[in-house]
Write a protein that binds this ligand. Structure first.
Ligand SMILES: [Zn+2]
Ligand SMILES: [Zn+2]
Length: 388
């Protein structure tokens, strides 16, 4: 009997353990702001996705996210669900948000959104913080003879509702074969105040250096989203440490208004496939929050220290200019949630003229953070400064 009881206890422990996320995303807060993890592009069975909205909430909570936006295609929903008779005409274009919102309760912030999809230009656009997707769809469809005018009408209506709007997957091969282009139509929508955000990363189309550059030059909020249509367990190899792309939002508080304030002020970054993309303004404090320098020692012969990575982001450092007279590994990788000790040996330039001696008061060990890009092909720089 005792054995059976023990077996039952062991079994329940195993079953319990199976619900634990193998790699919940951990990103520390930065100075002055909370770091929220978000996915602002998600489909459900209410458009061309295969999953019920409440499942999207479960998936996000399981992965440790703070905020999601439900962004079903506003145009295809009726075709698929109402016209085929799955839902009644009472089921409007805001129903997937309502279902997700109810399922989320206080566990997760859910943003009311929708995706307007047209040919290129102008492509696909998300509207976040909307009030009524039916009105937005009607405004777009009123000009359906022209992709640009349809989008402009839909976005104008979304802005009447106080929405935040963004260009999705500008590098989608189907809409941008061989080249990611900023069309004159995008310039018009940008000038109209509708290009509030842009996906510089989308799970299906990957990283877009062009979009990263446009966001920097034009002060557009950067996003990295999943655009998920199927079950996440089909899309992401969680068991091998993968995760969905996330938009990191640096918010004054964990609330919808806190998220909105951060988006309106471009305080975001993207974490996807081991890379972090963004602006220097956010990536520098983010790196400092993730990687701490500990046990710094400065002797006549070397500077030694430990780098402790307190995040889920694997960090790759390479030797940067300004430290030519110091010997330390040219490449250092710090896996998530781990530490590495570094010894930087102070060399003599030649036997006659020591570069460092007892009178040296400051030494700088310089790195590029190869996987934190503050622009296309432009890594963040990081220095360990030792003084005595
Ligand atoms: Zn799309
Ligand atoms: Zn989409």
């Amino acid at each position: 009997m005792k054995k059976i009881l023990l077996f039952a206890l062991a079994l329940s422990a195993v079953l319990g353990a199976s619900a634990v996320t193998p790699n919940k995303i951990v990103i520390p807060h930065i100075e002055g702001y909370k770091t929220l993890k978000g996915d602002f592009h998600i489909h459900t069975v209410f458009s061309d996705g295969t999953v019920w909205p409440a499942t999207r909430v479960d998936e996000a909570v399981w992965e440790g996210l703070d905020v999601i936006a439900i962004t079903d295609h506003v145009d295809t929903r009726h075709q698929k669900m109402v016209k085929e008779g799955y839902f009644t005409s009472k089921c409007d274009r805001d129903e997937s948000y309502r279902v997700a919102k109810k399922a989320a309760g206080k566990k997760l912030l859910v943003i009311h959104g929708g995706e307007i999809s047209r040919g290129m230009p102008p492509g696909h656009w998300n509207c976040l913080f909307v009030k009524d997707n039916d009105d937005i769809t009607a405004a777009a469809e009123a000009n359906d003879h022209d992709h640009f005018l349809a989008m402009k009408g839909g976005l104008a209506k979304a802005h009447e509702q106080g929405a935040f709007t963004m260009w999705n997957h500008p590098n989608w091969e189907k809409q941008a074969p061989n080249k990611t282009k900023w069309w004159k139509e995008h310039e018009k929508l940008y000038k109209a105040g509708y290009m509030n955000g842009i996906e510089i990363y989308n799970k299906y189309t990957g990283y877009s250096p062009e979009a990263h550059q446009w966001a920097l030059e034009r002060n557009i909020t950067m996003f990295g989203n999943s655009d998920v249509h199927h079950m996440f367990m089909y899309e992401v190899d969680y068991l091998h440490g993968a995760h969905r792309p996330v938009t990191l939002v640096f918010a004054t508080e964990k609330s919808l208004s806190g998220v909105r304030d951060a988006l309106d002020n471009q305080r975001t970054a993207v974490f996807a496939e081991g890379m972090v993309y963004g602006r220097e303004r956010e990536l520098e404090p983010l790196f400092k929050a993730c990687v701490r320098v500990k046990g710094l020692k400065f002797t006549d012969k070397q500077v030694s220290f430990t780098l402790e990575n307190k995040s889920s982001i694997p960090v790759t450092l390479t030797k940067a200019p300004g430290s030519e007279h110091i010997w330390y590994p040219r490449v250092i990788t710090i896996p998530p949630m781990s530490s590495i000790s570094v010894s930087a040996k102070l060399l003599l330039v030649d036997n006659k003229q020591p570069k460092f001696d007892a009178s040296t008061k400051e030494v700088s060990v310089n790195f590029y953070v190869d996987n934190f890009l503050v622009g296309p092909s432009k890594p963040l720089t990081f220095s360990v400064k030792a003084t005595r």
